[in-house]
Design a protein around this ligand. Structure first.
Ligand code: GUN
Length: 291
């Protein structure tokens, strides 16, 4: 058996087409959804991500601003930029690209973003809402992963989801999202003993550990759905995930490629969240698009 490919690029394009309708609808009501992305310093990976977010916004007809600040910017200056954006009527979504330089508290920055404009879904209020299964702005990568699984039409309820990785951005929230969908969720991480014994029980395996090609076929239950969140370079400098794709595809039932799997979904769900934030802030909650 060879695993079916979960094509994040295609799924993402079809969601973006739908979002475009929502943007047009909002525009007809006099509102242009606006996103501000704040980039601090010169991390080249962060710059690439920020440019992609900006471009995707424009393609959908949204307003987008990129605010670039020097690596040496003080925490106070950054916080005042965020407060200004909180009060800017053109802006419905604020994203401060992480990681930040060591002299700035990410916690303080995240907590300063208005929860209404927190399109990353990182503010403790949005995290708390997600934990208690209330409507909220959901973290983009976990939300994108949920959409990828939904696109397979395989029911999630009752399935055993194993998450490898416990970051605040992916691992922790993705487990919570699947718990909300009535999955049985197991978290594993770098200190887990006998990882294989656990991952072999997974109906859905979500890998976000940041080690190139760590996961080989001996970690996989026959027919499992395998979601690879990794973004690494292999020994030849080629982009690769945390899953050894060529090796695992003969055992898994469904698998995401890298690139073209989770990556495009993250930006798509950011666009989704920006549209949702705009419709909520402007009190236009009855759009034709389901948000
Ligand atoms: N850095 C890596 N992923 C993300 C993300 O989803 N949001 C932000 N703000 N920074 C990131």
């Amino acid at each position: 058996m060879v695993a079916a490919l979960i094509n994040g690029k295609e799924i993402s394009l079809s969601i973006r087409e739908e979002l475009k309708l929502g943007v047009t609808e909002l525009k007809n009501q006099g509102v242009i959804p606006g996103l501000a992305v704040v980039l601090v310093g010169n991390n080249s990976a962060s710059r690439t991500y920020v440019n992609s977010k900006h471009k995707a916004c424009n393609e959908l007809g949204m307003y987008s601003e990129v605010i670039e600040l020097a690596e040496a910017v003080s925490e106070d200056e950054l916080l005042s930029v965020v407060r200004k954006l909180n009060n800017d009527d053109k802006i419905h979504g604020i994203l401060v690209q992480l990681p930040l330089p060591a002299h700035i508290s990410e916690k303080k920055v995240i907590e300063t973003i208005s929860p209404l404009k927190d399109v990353d879904g990182f503010h403790p209020i949005n995290i708390g809402r997600m934990m208690t299964n209330q409507d909220s702005l959901l973290p983009c990568t976990p939300f994108g992963i949920l959409k990828l699984i939904e696109a397979t039409n395989i029911p999630i309820s009752g399935k055993h989801v194993v998450v490898i990785g416990r970051s605040n951005i992916v691992g922790k929230p993705v487990g919570q999202l699947f718990l909300n969908e009535n999955a049985t969720v197991t978290y594993t991480h770098s200190r887990t003993t006998d990882l294989k014994r656990i991952t072999k029980q997974a109906d859905i395996l979500i890998v976000a550990i940041g080690v190139a090609k760590l996961i080989t076929s001996d970690y996989i239950k026959e027919g499992a759905i395998v979601i690879d969140v990794g973004m690494n370079r292999d020994e030849n400098g080629k982009l690769c995930g945390d899953v050894d794709f060529e090796n695992v595809k003969s055992v898994a039932g469904h698998i995401t490629p890298v690139p073209g799997g989770v990556g495009p979904m993250t930006i798509t769900m950011l666009l989704h969240n920006t549209l949702k934030a705009a419709s909520q802030i402007e009190n236009k909650s009855n759009l034709g698009v389901k948000l």
